[in-house]
Design a protein around this ligand. Structure first.
Ligand SMILES: Nc1ncnc2c1ncn2[C@@H]1O[C@H](COP(=O)(O)OP(=O)(O)OP(=O)(O)O)[C@@H](O)[C@H]1O
Length: 415
């Protein structure tokens, strides 16, 4: 095993008592340090069982699982919990315990002293965007669904585990909150570089979150294990193609994020500027609209000349609300946001909601057409390099059987 491999599933199987067929059969998979591997597949195919065997919430009935070179069956439970954080859809916060107690559970189990636990809890709440002073003492029911989910992530990170298992972590939230949580998590992951196994039903989420995606079939058999780009461009077989679903090219929009698009600058005005001065600015700048921001430079509304009349003595509520996106927002979601707003642009904001720039529908369309052009060139280059096979190749049905022997799927490292 190379140093680069963090989780190594070797011919892993699970047969539940009383079930004729195994839920998971002979799965081999290598997951590299720092990558997010997403498991997707039809309901009941064994995604959760596969994942839960990694932290031994479910005991395998065959095969071996190594985490950072150590066989998990040889580790004691406390050691395993320190190494592997776990986030689930239902969050699993204890309802009668405060946020701080919930987040501090694992450090407490590990015997940390009170002061160190308190400091860690505050640090983690900060990290997931919850002000410790405001949320530390709340009970889970006094939080929104999205906030509970953030606490769940903080709790999983408490002992700074190198590995995180996430089972539909954002599944129970509405689409907007979900998008926000995904963005926050990707931002966090840039800093933390954890090795993550992520289960989801949502293929768009898999494309957005995954360094690589494992498309699983019955009994967790790996049909294809590849980067989102390759998976979309070259589904291994009909089943994978069907699973990806219609509009694979549209789904490519989930691959690119707003940060990759050229940004422009807007003419900014403070909310406390006088309408007369704003009109003057609109005339002299030649812009079709100005963008109001609050004292923290958080964008508020677009104002065009026709929005301002002599009866306005301040800018409160004037113009149309600005649509905002984050650098991590996918082009798919950005396009959605723009189409849903009445102006053909979105304001890019940082994690604190402060202004960073503007993406217009034109620059978005240009990024999309550049992307398609690059892909066409790539496909042409590949077609030039790869000669047509003369001898029929060994059958590879996604789990890469070579002469009947399953070999670990190990193509490509972390992106
Ligand atoms: N405790 C159990 N006892 C017996 N069978 C089980 C048990 N848990 C899961 N199974 C079965 O094992 C198979 C795989 O279940 P698993 O929950 O891993 O699938 P999944 O892909 O995560 O499903 P979903 O997407 O619906 O959550 C299913 O057929 C399920 O009915």
């Amino acid at each position: 095993m190379t140093d680069d491999v963090m989780i190594d599933l070797q011919q892993v199987s699970k047969s539940y008592r009383g079930q004729k067929a195994p839920a998971v059969e002979n799965v081999s998979m290598r997951i590299h340090r720092g990558e997010i591997v997403v498991l997707v597949g039809p309901s009941g195919c064994g995604k959760t069982t596969t994942m839960k065997m990694i932290n031994r919430l479910i005991e395998p009935t065959g095969g071996r699982i190594l985490v950072d070179g150590a066989d998990v069956t040889a580790l004691d439970a406390t050691e395993l919990r320190r190494r592997i954080g776990y986030v689930i859809q239902q969050v699993g916060l204890f309802p009668h315990m405060s946020v701080a107690t919930n987040v501090g559970l694992v450090p407490k189990m590990l015997g940390w002293d009170r002061r160190r636990i308190e400091d860690r809890v505050d640090e983690l709440l900060d990290l997931v965007g919850l002000d410790p002073a405001q949320y530390r003492h709340r009970l889970p029911r006094q939080l929104s669904g999205g906030q509970q989910q953030r606490v769940g992530v903080a709790r999983a990170l408490a002992a700074d585990p190198p590995v995180m298992l996430m089972d539909e972590p954002f599944g129970a939230t509405d689409p907007l909150t979900r998008e926000k949580l995904q963005n926050e998590f990707l931002r966090l992951q840039e800093k933390l570089q954890k090795t993550i196994v992520f289960v989801t039903h949502d293929f768009d989420e898999a494309i957005k979150m995954g360094s690589r995606i494992a498309v699983l079939g019955e009994r967790s058999r790996i049909r294809q294990f590849d980067t989102p780009e390759h998976l979309l461009a070259n589904p291994a077989d009909e089943t994978v193609a069907r699973f990806i679903g219609a509009g694979a090219s549209l789904k490519q929009l989930n691959l690119r994020k707003v940060e990759a698009v050229d940004q422009e600058d807007a003419e900014l005005v403070r909310l406390d500027e006088s309408p007369a001065s704003v009109l003057n600015r609109l005339e002299t700048s030649g812009e079709w609209a100005v963008l109001t921001t609050d004292a923290e430079r958080r964008p508020q509304r677009w104002i065009t000349p026709s929005d301002l009349t002599p009866r306005h003595d301040n800018l409160d509520g004037v113009g149309i609300a600005a649509t905002t996106v984050e650098p991590q927002t996918t082009l798919h979601d950005a396009l959605d946001a723009m189409l849903g707003s009445s102006c053909g642009s979105a304001v890019v904001v940082d994690e604190a909601g402060r202004y960073r720039g503007i993406v217009s529908i034109e620059s978005l369309m240009k990024a999309i057409s550049d992307m398609r052009e690059a892909e066409r060139n790539h496909n042409r280059a590949v077609a030039d390099i790869v000669p047509a096979p003369v001898v029929p190749a060994a059958r590879t049905d996604g789990d890469r059987t070579v002469n009947g022997v399953q070999v670990p799927l190990d193509g490509g490292g972390p992106r």
